[in-house]
Write a new protein. Structure first.
Lengths: 467, 181
C-alpha cells in the first residue's frame, strides 16, 4: 500500500467519525471555553499530583495486597495564603476534587530491594523495577509472540522494554521494565492476575527479590479538599494551593511518581520539593532558547489526614514556595465563601477569563489580550515583545502563549511592537472598563480593531495616532 | 492519491480555505466548519474531547471578533491556525502531565494499532509542525500554498516539512512513500 492511499483512507475514516457530530450551541461553546481557560493556565502540577495520589495505595512490608488510602481524620482546614507574590491575582477558590481527573488506567509498581520506608526516607528508588498496567484501547495488538495464547506486542521505548497483550479477552495489559530480560517479562506476564483494583503479578511469577511498592486503581477521583489558585496575566502562569484529605501515603507515592522530589522542611513538617521543565514538542515559531516551560511543586503533610501541595508554573525558586507556605492560614466559612464569590464574579464578567487586578487606576481603562495566533514574517517569535502605545506607555510581554495588559486613559489607541511586526489601530479604552483584543501577527497589514462600538462606550475622546 | 488543491467550493469555485464568508453570519460559518475543525483537532491530538474543546475554543474566539475575522480572506484558515497552535500547546501540557504522573511510557506503539487509526497515531508522533502540515494535506486536501497560508509560513518551508513527514510516515507505517501530488 502507498502512503497516499493509507492517508486518504485514514482521512476518510476520520471524517466519518465526525460527520454525525451534533453541533454544540454557541452559548455552550462559550461557557465551555471559559471553564477550560480557567483551568488551562493554573499550575497543572497540583492536579497532576492529585491524580498521582488519587486512588493510589501503598503496600506495606512487601506484601502483595493493595491497602486502602488513609482516610481523613477530621475536617480539613481551608488554607489561604497571606502572602501572594507580586503580579499574581486570585483566579478561583473551590472545593476539590472537581478539577482532578479520573484515572483511566491502573498500574502497580514492583521494585527490587526498595521498601516503602526507604522511599519515604528519600533513598533513591531502585532502578530495577517493573510495572504492570491496564490499557484501555479496544484493538488487540498484532503480535510476534503470545502470552497465555493471546497475541502480544513487544516494543522498546525510551529504554523501557514492554510487552502488551489482550488479557482475559476484555482489556489490554502491559508489563514494562528496564532491566529485565524478555524471558523474565514473559514469565511475569504469564502470571498476571486480576482483582477488584486492577491487575497484578501472581506471587509465584515474581522475580526473586521483587515486591509490590505501590498501586493505583483505575476510575477513582481525587480525595476531598480545597484548592485556591492565582493567575499571573503577564506570564500567563498560575500557582495553586491545594489542601486534601490525604494521609502520608501520598508523600511516598510522590517519591515514586516524581523522581526528582527532594526532602525539605515546611512549617516544621517534612516535605518534598521538585522543579522540572517541559520540553515542548517542536513548538512552531519559537526560538530554541524559549522552548522550556518550568513547573515546581512543594508538598507536605500539615497534620494527620491533611496534605498540602503548592504548585507554581514558571521559574519560581524554593524560597517563594516557602514564603507562601509560611503565610498559609485557615479561614472560616464566611471568608472562604467571599473568596469563592469574588473569583466567580470575576470570571463571569465575560471580558476576560481572569480576575482583573490590581485595581484599574482612577479614570483609566484596561486593555488586555493575547499575542497570536500567527507568527511574524521571520517565522520566529522573540522571547519578549515591547508594545508601545501612543500614550508612550510600554508593555513588555512574553511571547510564549503571551498575554499583554495595560491601563490607559480613555480613547482610541494604536499600538506597534518594538520589532514592528505587531500593529493594530482602533483599540478602544473606556474609563473603568476592560477591553480584550488579541493582537495577531499580520494576516494583512495593520489590524483594525475598531469593530462595533461597545455598549458602554464613553463619549468620544481624542483619537491618538502612532507617532 | 491526494488531489491536493483540486477541491473547490461548490458555490464559489474558490478553494475551500478561501470560502467567501464576509457576508455570511457567524452561525453559517460555525455550522459549516465546526465538524471539520473537530476532525482536524482530533487528527492532531488523538482525543475527541480535546478536539471538540479546541474547535469550540477557536470558534468562540472567531465569534468574539467576527466583525474582523469575517473580512479576512480566509476565516477558515484563521480558525485552523488557532486550532493548530492550541493543539500544540495542549500537547505540551499533556506531555508534562504524563511525565509527572508516570515514569514509564504507556503510549501505544504504532504497530499495536490497526487500521486508519494507526496512520493518525504515526502522524501524531511527528514533530508538531510536520503533523500539522501532513494533516492539512491529507484531511483537508490543501495545496502547499494553502497550508502555508493557514500556518503562516513560507511555501518552501511547507514542502520541507511535508517531505520529511512523508519519509518518516512511510518508514513507520511500512508503506511505499511514493510521490506527493
Amino acid at each position: 500500500m502507498s502512503l497516499d492511499r493509507a492517508g486518504l483512507a485514514a482521512a476518510q475514516w476520520l471524517r466519518e467519525q465526525t460527520n454525525d457530530l451534533a453541533l454544540p450551541s454557541l452559548d455552550r461553546a462559550a461557557s465551555r471555553n471559559r471553564r477550560r481557560r480557567m483551568l488551562q493556565a493554573t499550575a497543572i502540577t497540583v492536579v497532576a499530583l492529585v491524580v498521582a495520589g488519587a486512588g493510589y495505595a501503598l503496600a506495606g512490608g512487601g506484601g502483595h495486597r493493595v491497602l486502602p488510602v488513609s482516610g481523613t481524620t477530621g475536617p480539613l482546614d481551608r488554607l489561604v495564603p497571606g502572602y501572594v507574590p507580586a503580579g499574581w491575582v486570585l483566579n478561583s477558590a473551590d472545593a476539590s476534587p472537581q478539577p482532578t481527573a479520573v484515572i483511566s488506567t491502573a498500574q502497580r509498581l514492583y521494585a527490587k530491594g526498595t521498601s516503602a520506608q526507604e522511599v519515604a526516607a528519600g533513598i533513591d528508588i531502585s532502578s530495577e523495577r517493573f510495572e504492570i498496567g491496564m490499557i484501555p484501547p479496544p484493538n488487540a495488538p498484532a503480535g510476534r509472540s503470545a502470552i497465555n495464547g493471546h497475541a502480544a506486542t513487544w516494543y522498546t521505548s525510551v529504554g523501557v522494554r514492554s510487552v502488551q497483550w489482550m488479557f482475559e479477552s476484555r482489556l489490554q495489559v502491559a508489563v514494562h521494565a528496564r532491566g529485565l530480560s524478555d524471558a523474565k517479562l514473559a514469565e511475569i506476564a504469564s502470571g498476571v492476575v486480576s482483582d477488584r483494583d486492577g491487575v497484578g503479578a501472581a506471587g509465584g511469577h515474581l522475580p526473586a527479590g521483587y515486591h509490590l511498592i505501590a498501586g493505583v486503581a483505575g476510575g477513582r477521583i481525587g480525595p476531598p479538599g480545597t484548592v485556591i489558585d492565582y493567575q499571573n496575566d503577564t506570564t500567563n502562569t498560575g500557582f495553586a494551593v491545594e489542601t486534601s484529605a490525604e494521609g502520608p501515603d501520598v508523600l511516598l507515592l510522590g517519591r515514586w511518581a516524581f523522581p526528582h522530589l527532594r526532602p525539605v522542611t515546611v512549617r516544621g513538617h517534612p516535605g518534598l520539593f521538585d522543579q522540572f521543565s517541559d520540553s515542548p514538542l517542536d513548538p512552531p515559531n519559537q526560538a530554541p532558547n524559549n522552548r522550556r516551560v518550568e513547573f515546581g511543586q512543594l508538598i507536605w503533610q500539615e497534620k494527620p489526614g491533611e496534605t498540602v501541595a503548592i504548585a507554581f508554573g514558571g521559574s519560581v525558586g524554593l524560597q517563594t514556595f516557602i514564603d507562601v507556605a509560611d503565610s498559609l492560614h485557615p479561614v472560616d466559612d464566611a471568608t472562604w465563601n467571599a473568596l469563592h464569590t469574588k473569583a466567580t464574579e470575576c470570571r463571569q464578567q465575560g471580558t476576560t477569563s481572569y480576575c482583573p487586578s490590581p485595581a484599574i487606576p482612577q479614570g483609566e481603562g484596561r486593555l488586555s489580550g493575547r499575542l497570536g495566533p500567527g507568527a511574524p514574517p521571520s517565522g520566529t517569535v522573540p522571547n519578549s515583545i515591547v508594545l508601545t502605545f501612543t500614550s508612550g506607555r510600554q508593555v513588555t510581554t512574553t511571547a510564549v502563549a503571551g498575554m499583554y495588559q495595560v491601563d490607559l486613559p480613555p480613547g482610541v489607541w494604536s499600538v506597534r511592537s518594538a520589532d514592528g511586526n505587531l500593529c493594530a489601530t482602533g483599540l478602544q479604552v473606556t474609563a473603568g472598563g476592560t477591553q480584550q483584543d488579541d493582537l495577531t501577527y499580520p494576516l494583512a497589514g495593520c489590524q483594525d480593531l475598531s469593530g462595533p462600538p461597545t455598549p458602554q462606550a464613553p463619549p468620544p475622546t481624542a483619537v491618538h495616532s502612532v507617532g | 492519491m491526494v488531489e491536493a488543491g483540486s477541491s473547490t467550493s461548490p458555490s464559489t469555485g474558490a478553494p475551500p480555505y478561501l470560502d467567501s464568508v464576509a457576508e455570511a453570519p457567524f452561525e453559517v460559518f460555525f455550522a459549516r466548519e465546526y465538524r471539520k475543525l473537530v476532525a482536524f483537532g482530533r487528527a492532531l491530538t488523538g482525543d475527541q474531547g480535546a478536539a471538540e474543546d479546541l474547535a469550540q475554543d477557536a470558534m468562540w474566539a472567531a465569534q468574539r471578533r467576527w466583525a474582523r475575522v469575517a473580512t479576512l480572506d480566509s476565516p477558515s484558515a484563521w480558525v485552523r491556525r488557532a486550532v493548530a497552535n492550541r493543539a500544540a500547546s495542549r500537547l505540551r501540557r499533556v506531555a508534562a502531565e504524563a511525565r509527572a504522573v508516570a515514569r514509564l511510557p504507556r503510549q501505544m506503539p504504532v504497530d499495536a494499532v490497526d487500521g486508519p487509526e494507526a496512520f493518525w497515531v504515526a502522524v501524531r508522533s511527528l514533530p508538531a509542525r510536520q503533523a500539522q502540515v501532513v494533516t492539512l494535506r491529507f484531511l483537508e486536501e490543501y495545496t502547499t500554498a494553502e497550508i502555508a497560508s493557514v500556518l503562516g509560513c513560507a511555501e518552501p518551508t511547507v514542502r520541507v516539512h511535508l517531505a520529511r513527514a512523508r519519509a518518516t510516515l512511510a518508514r513507520s507505517l511500512g508503506v511505499e512513500e511514493g510521490d506527493d501530488l
